[in-house]
Each structure stands twice: as structure tokens, then as C-alpha cells.
Ligand binder design. Structure first.
Ligand code: KIV
Length: 270
């Protein structure tokens, strides 16, 4: 057994401990064994098999076309590369339409894909689903703020919770989901001050993307970190490749920047 094999596996309890110790949690997407191994070796705590794979791997315009079968397949691949990180898998579009449907699909992600935890998009309206998953032993990360699966309802990708009414709903959603048994929250594209408030009152780890530096941790899409996303990067993402001569060094730079609170900067927040 090598030294790295002796490092402990990251669990939900580890994330909770890191939050308590104010150690920043580093999350990164990966969709196959090769990149999940590299992310794991770079020290990433949570590997997210995100439905962003619909865009960055499958070349779709958005995440709506991603199926449960796609997610199971990519989760299984990513599982083969990880050693220590917690493996988090996205519940794709319509996979959580009701609590029985959600339980069946989460079961597939865990039993066939090997996920340790699932992530689902939704606010207080998903309380019943989160409760059902939680009481059945499925750890849940609730994804709030900008929810890319709602792109057709939203008409685009916009920062959420900018006005007081929107901010109030997000705070209430966060409380309700935590109460229902969510083990973590992910806030996407919300003002940094609102994300800091939610992180302040939440009793579970809060991971941000486009949510400022005060969250308990950060997540980015692998392809953005490597600078291989076609077109212009979103304001909240950073290409860490410049100045590094390998993918390994780039991923380590991302991990270090998050741990040391150097990512995101104020300019990368809203
Ligand atoms: O699907 C995904 O990669 C995500 C991140 C953007 C948080 O949900």
C-alpha cells in the first residue's frame, strides 16, 4: 500500500469537520476515470460528476438532454479514478419529479454508479424529495440559486437573489432544505453578501460557484479550470492553466488557491 492509499476517504462527516475548522472545501467536476484520478491526486475533496457533462463532454447547448443513464455511466467511470475524494453525482433533469422517482434514480447513481452523495437542483419545493432520500440513507447536496436545469423557464442564466424578495426566498429555501436533511448546499450565481449570510446561519457546508469567497468551499467545472471551454469564460470561473506546464500542476494550483482563500477574487463574484 502506498502512502497516498493510507489517506482517509472524504465523507460527509469530513466535510462537516472541515467546515467547523474553517478549512476551505475544494470541489471540481470530473466525468471519467482519468480526470477523476488527476483531481483526486491534486487534493480535491469532492469530485462532482455534474450534469454540466451535457455541455462540456456531449457538446449540448444546456443540461436538459442529460439522462439518468448518462449520469450513471459517467459516475461509474469517475468512481474508478477516485481514491480519497467524495464522489458526488448530479440528479439530471426530471429525475426528481417526485420522491419515489428521485429515490429510484438516486439508488441507481449510488448502486450502479458508485456515488457517495447526490446533488439535486431545487428549493423548498424539493423538501419532500430531500426528506425521502435522506431517511433512506442517501446524502443530498441541494443546489440553489441559479439552477441550470431551469434554463427554459428562466430564459437564460442570470444571477439569482439580487432583490430582497429573491434573497428572502433563497434564505428560506436553504433553511427548509437543511431542515429536511440535506447534508450540504451548493449556491450558484448569487450575490456574495447573500451567500455569506446563508453560510453564516447554515449548519451544513455551503459550496459556492459564482457566490463569493465566504462560502465554506468552492466548485468549478474542470474544463473552465483547464481553459478548454469554448467561448468566453463566465465571470466567476478562472482558467488556471497559464503559468503551469501540466494538467496536474494546474489542478494543484486550483486546489491551493481555494484552500488559501485566493479564489474567487472580488472581481469573480457578484
Ligand atoms: O453540473 C455541474 O457541473 C454543476 C456545477 C456547475 C456546480 O452543477
Amino acid at each position: 500500500m502506498s502512502t497516498s492509499d493510507k489517506k482517509e476517504r472524504v465523507t460527509v462527516a469530513t466535510l462537516q469537520r472541515m467546515r467547523g475548522a474553517q478549512e476551505k472545501i475544494v470541489m471540481l467536476t470530473a466525468y471519467d476515470a482519468a480526470f477523476s484520478r488527476l483531481a483526486d491526486e491534486a487534493g480535491v475533496d469532492v469530485i462532482l460528476v455534474g450534469d454540466s457533462l451535457g455541455m462540456v463532454v456531449q457538446g449540448r447547448e444546456n443540461t436538459v438532454g442529460v439522462t439518468v443513464d448518462d449520469m450513471v455511466y459517467h459516475t461509474r467511470l469517475a468512481r474508478r479514478g477516485r481514491r480519497h475524494a467524495l464522489l458526488l453525482a448530479d440528479m439530471p433533469f426530471l429525475s426528481c419529479a417526485d420522491s419515489s422517482t428521485a429515490l429510484r434514480h438516486a439508488g441507481r447513481l449510488m448502486q450502479e454508479g458508485g456515488a457517495d452523495m447526490v446533488k439535486l437542483e431545487g428549493g423548498a419545493e424539493q423538501v419532500e424529495v430531500v426528506r425521502r432520500l435522506s431517511v433512506n440513507g442517501v446524502p443530498v447536496c441541494a443546489h440553489l440559486g441559479l439552477r441550470p436545469q431551469f434554463v427554459h423557464k428562466l430564459g437564460g442564466y442570470r444571477v439569482q437573489g439580487r432583490d430582497e424578495q429573491g434573497a428572502k426566498i433563497l434564505r428560506e429555501d436553504a433553511r427548509a432544505l437543511e431542515e429536511a436533511g440535506a447534508e450540504a448546499l451548493l449556491l450558484e450565481c448569487v450575490p456574495a453578501t447573500l451567500a455569506a449570510q446563508i453560510t453564516g446561519f447554515a449548519r451544513i457546508p455551503v459550496i459556492g460557484i459564482g457566490a463569493g469567497a465566504d462560502c465554506d468551499g468552492q466548485v468549478l467545472v474542470l474544463h473552465d479550470v483547464l481553459g478548454i471551454t469554448p467561448g468566453r469564460l463566465p465571470r466567476f470561473a478562472r482558467n488556471f492553466m497559464p503559468g503551469h506546464d501540466s494538467i496536474q500542476a494546474t489542478l494543484r494550483a486550483y486546489v491551493k488557491a481555494v484552500r488559501e482563500g485566493r479564489f474567487p477574487s472580488q472581481e469573480e463574484a457578484f
